[in-house]
Design a protein around this ligand. Structure first.
Ligand code: PLP
Length: 401
């Protein structure tokens, strides 16, 4: 059966990772892979995670299945984290949460639910969006279409063009939004823009599907949930894919959840029953380890405080790097304004150079980023900031490629 298969082209990010590993130059800088790095260039296990994990291993008495909806205590903790303690949807029992293998699993689960109910729905995604949105969402059979989002001229959101495009969508179209730390651009919606968008979605009866993969890494745990909390309070239906990969550093434990807001508790129960059935048909039961760690952190006030401090430290490091890199670039490339990097949020920004210049950065200067010039700010360090700025200056002043 498989003898006629031809190899597909691997994801370019995997090729970039392999090229970086194989590069023997000690000056090499990895700005490609989307994981947080500390000032030693490592992606550490968070202290709160380590302690919750030790406690879990000491007390765990079984490895039996958790059930297709996952760990209810984790699901409740995630509801509190994302929506806050007193959110109206929680008080009126209109929210349901199903654990999923990472934010990716949650995105796919949401897409499968939409396809089951409305197979002709189109999911509108920002231009650009995270590269994996396309295979994850269209793999369910749904069609994807773009809406304008990033404005390369300002490094911000083209909000007027975005709302003009969304205002033309048919009722029940699905709009995928990044809760914070937009990947790949770092350009986020302001609270005022979220409020304006809310009125538009209400008026046009559009369904928001919010991707929340970086809560806490933009403006803060509360501020990064602003749009999600507002939409959930004001709209009859919202989907939200939550990832614990970045803010808990649980990447390989595949920890996430899909949250569904419905108009009534009965509708929420029905949606939940479908989600459980869909999950059962894809992965059957989600992995437990990461979810049990997250629950352990939330169940212990000391661990929770320590985790919040660690998230704040990650956020502050990224913000500090954003300001530092702008300073270095201003010094070494005065002909170009990179100030937008400091106004953006989260791990990513586009440097705004051509694919040829990206190649030159890689081949001549050992600085690795994806061809669209997306760079992971957390990959920078005090030791390589100046080197990076000088390399960028060299590439900008060499003949166009
Ligand atoms: C925008 C966005 N959504 C979702 C995810 C899902 O992450 P995971 O499946 O690792 O939890 C990521 C991870 O990089 C992301 O950047």
């Amino acid at each position: 059966m498989f003898e006629r298969l031809e190899s597909v082209i691997p994801d370019p990010i995997l090729g970039l990772m392999a090229a970086f590993r194989a590069d023997p130059d000690p000056r090499k800088v990895d700005l490609g892979v989307g994981v947080y790095r500390d000032d030693r260039g490592e992606t550490p296990v968070l202290e709160a995670v380590r302690r919750a994990e030790s406690a879990l291993l000491a007390r765990q008495s079984t490895k039996t299945y958790v059930g297709p909806a996952g760990n209810p205590a984790f699901n409740e903790a995630i509801e509190r984290l994302v929506l806050g303690e007193e959110h109206p949807t929680r008080l009126t029992a209109r929210v349901r949460t199903v654990q999923a293998p990472g934010g990716c699993g949650a995105l796919r689960l949401g897409a499968e639910l939409i396809r089951a109910v409305s197979p002709d729905s189109v999911v509108y995604v920002s231009t650009p969006t995270w590269a994996n949105h396309s295979p994850l969402l269209s793999g369910s059979g749904l069609k994807l279409a773009p809406y304008p989002y990033f404005d390369p001229a300002t490094g911000g959101v083209q909000f007027a063009a975005m709302t003009a495009a969304l205002a033309r969508l048919p009722a029940r179209a699905v709009v995928l939004l990044h809760a914070s730390c937009h990947n790949p651009t770092g350009a986020d919606l302001s609270p005022a823009q979220w409020r304006e968008l809310l009125e538009l979605l209400k008026r046009r009866q559009l369904l928001p599907f919010i991707d929340m993969a970086y809560q806490g890494l933009g403006e803060g745990l509360e501020a990064d949930a602003y749009g999600m909390r507002l939409f959930s309070a004001e709209l009859p239906e919202v989907l939200c894919a939550v990832s614990c990969s970045k803010n808990f550093g649980l990447y390989r434990e595949r920890t996430g959840a899909l949250q569904v807001i419905n108009e009534t508790p009965a509708a929420a129960d029905a949606a939940f029953s479908h989600l459980v059935r869909i999950a059962r048909g894809i992965w059957s039961m989600p992995p437990d380890h990461g979810a049990a760690i997250v629950h352990g952190i939330f169940a212990d006030a000391t661990l929770r405080t320590s985790w919040q401090a660690e998230v704040a430290a990650m956020r502050q490091r990224i913000q500090g790097l954003r300001h530092e890199v702008v300073k270095q670039l201003r010094q070494h490339c005065p002909q170009r304004d990179f100030g937008f990097i400091a106004t953006q949020r989260g791990m990513f920004s586009f440097l705004g150079i051509s694919a040829g210049q990206v190649r030159e950065l890689r081949e001549r200067h050992h600085v690795y980023m994806t061809d669209d010039s997306r760079m992971n700010i957390a990959g920078l360090r005090a030791q390589n900031l100046e080197y990076f700025a000088r390399a960028t200056a060299a590439v900008l002043s060499s003949p166009a490629r």
